[in-house]
Design a protein around this ligand. Structure first.
Ligand code: AMP
Length: 442
């Protein structure tokens, strides 16, 4: 199939041509006609499948110029990085159109964004909180919205945006088309569609959990954190094909610790991004990575979702993620849109059950490769790895005296005497034939 086979306009075809896209990806060809038909859509697609272009193309094809410039398309995404990525993609696709796009997100001054939307625009890309603020302020009018796209719904829910999403949906014009994209179809996502969507048609890029086939996956069994650091260093030093490497770390702290170790060994070649870093710093780090100034970048799962970097040569899982779906997301960053990619995972014994969950989800066993011979195995453990020595609280209970079987000789007669305690009441009864009570005393 060719982009020309889709019913696109010349300005769009020219822009696609300039972007160098030759053939539509699976989700792009599948979603196009369904969205064009006006039906609600539920797209199951991970990042890397070309899903953004999949919903943008029909939305742009259906867009009509209007003088009043109230937005016709609203795209809700979980992170500011995604706002940036989607607006960038729209800018490129609308190079020969007069579409005005505004991206809004929290964490920055709201005033400039208010002015931008008040000046009039055709498409708004937004994170949920800021979007609601702008609507409540009266700056953003939703009355002309014809198409609502909720992208990465599963992630929006993970981030706790459920109430905001409901709130936004409640404020939408009745007559509109709803498009939803999610990597996985969770019960929560289904619930949302039941409540707000009109008989959505499902389009899938690949069954959820199936990694893109053109990713070569390998697994190293590594004893501890410090050996993982050594291994990462060694691989980066020995393999020159690793020139655009995305390293995933589970937590912000881990990402920072790893960055400190790597920055010493590879100064000026490494960047770090996570949600505690200032937004500017994040954008800059991504830019340097994209431009090839940074050879590798260390990221946490969340921020990595939104970054759009093509030609990532390798994804390194410095650890196995807690959520098996995150693994699929992570490795989806390499081998994007039909380019071959490599994913390498470092796993400690403790992480084995997590890896098993990943393999079960993918229905694929990741081959284990032997550690390089020149790898320095460290036996220095991090505070987290040192086994906690806990004293077991055992209650010392005195042994129960049981019948020990008696002595081996006969007791002497005097010792045979048994103390029989007779109560005062019984003694009185024996003496007087009846209980001696206070009443009888009287
Ligand atoms: P996404 O899945 O939307 O995150 O997009 C993945 C990447 O693939 C982005 O960098 C897009 O620019 C790129 N892309 C989207 N569609 C195509 C296509 N048909 N051919 C080549 N690259 C594409």
């Amino acid at each position: 199939m060719d982009f020309k086979d889709l019913n696109l306009s010349t300005p769009l075809l020219n822009a696609i041509d300039e972007l160098g896209y030759t053939t539509p990806t699976t989700i792009q060809s599948k979603a196009f006609s369904v969205i064009m038909s006006g039906r609600d859509v539920c797209g199951i697609a991970q990042t890397g499948t070309g899903k953004t272009v999949a919903y943008l193309l029909p939305c742009l094809r259906l867009w009509k110029f209007s003088k009043d410039r109230f937005p016709q398309v609203l795209i809700v995404v979980p992170t500011r990085e995604l706002v940036k990525q989607v607006t960038d993609e729209i800018e490129k696709l609308t190079k020969y159109m007069s579409v005005v796009t505004v991206g809004v997100f929290g964490g920055v001054n709201m005033r400039p964004q208010m002015m931008e939307v008040e000046n009039g625009c055709d498409i708004v890309v937004a994170t949920p909180g800021r979007l609601l603020d702008l609507v409540l302020e009266g700056s953003l009018k939703l009355k002309a919205i014809k198409r609502l796209v909720i992208d990465e719904v599963d992630e929006l829910f993970n981030l706790g945006f459920r109430t905001q999403i409901n709130n936004i949906l409640d404020r939408m014009p009745e007559r509109r088309q709803n498009l939803l994209f999610s990597a996985t179809l969770t019960p929560e996502v289904e619930e949302l569609m039941r409540a707000y969507f009109n008989n959505p048609e499902r389009v899938e890029a690949a069954p959820a959990g199936t990694p893109v086939a053109n990713i070569e996956q390998t697994l190293y069994e590594v004893p501890n954190f410090n050996t993982k650091v050594n291994l990462l260093e060694l691989l980066l030093s020995n393999d020159e094909t690793m020139n655009k490497v995305l390293v995933f770390a589970a937590t912000k702290k881990l990402a920072d610790d790893l960055y400190d170790c790597m920055a010493e060994r590879f100064p000026d070649e490494v960047g770090v991004i996570h949600s505690n870093k200032a937004q500017n710093q994040r954008f800059n780090a991504i830019k340097r990575f994209r431009d090839g100034n940074y050879r590798f970048i260390i990221a946490t799962d969340l921020v990595a979702r939104g970054i759009d970097i093509s030609e990532v040569t390798h994804v390194m899982n410095f650890d196995v993620p807690e959520e098996p779906e995150s693994y699929v997301h992570r490795i989806g960053r390499t081998g994007r849109a039909d380019k071959k990619g490599i994913s390498i995972t470092f796993m400690t014994e403790k992480e084995r059950p997590l890896m098993e969950a990943v393999e079960q989800l993918m229905n694929y066993k990741v081959p284990v490769v032997a550690l390089p011979e020149d790898l320095e195995i460290s036996d220095v453990l991090t505070p987290d790895e040192i086994p906690k020595v806990r004293m077991r609280e055992t209650l010392v209970v005195a042994p129960k005296i049981t019948d020990s079987g008696g002595a081996f000789h006969e007791k002497l007669a005097k010792n045979k005497k048994v103390n029989v305690k007779v109560s005062h009441k019984d003694k009185m009864r024996a003496k007087y034939g009846k209980p001696k009570s206070r009443g009888s005393k009287k």
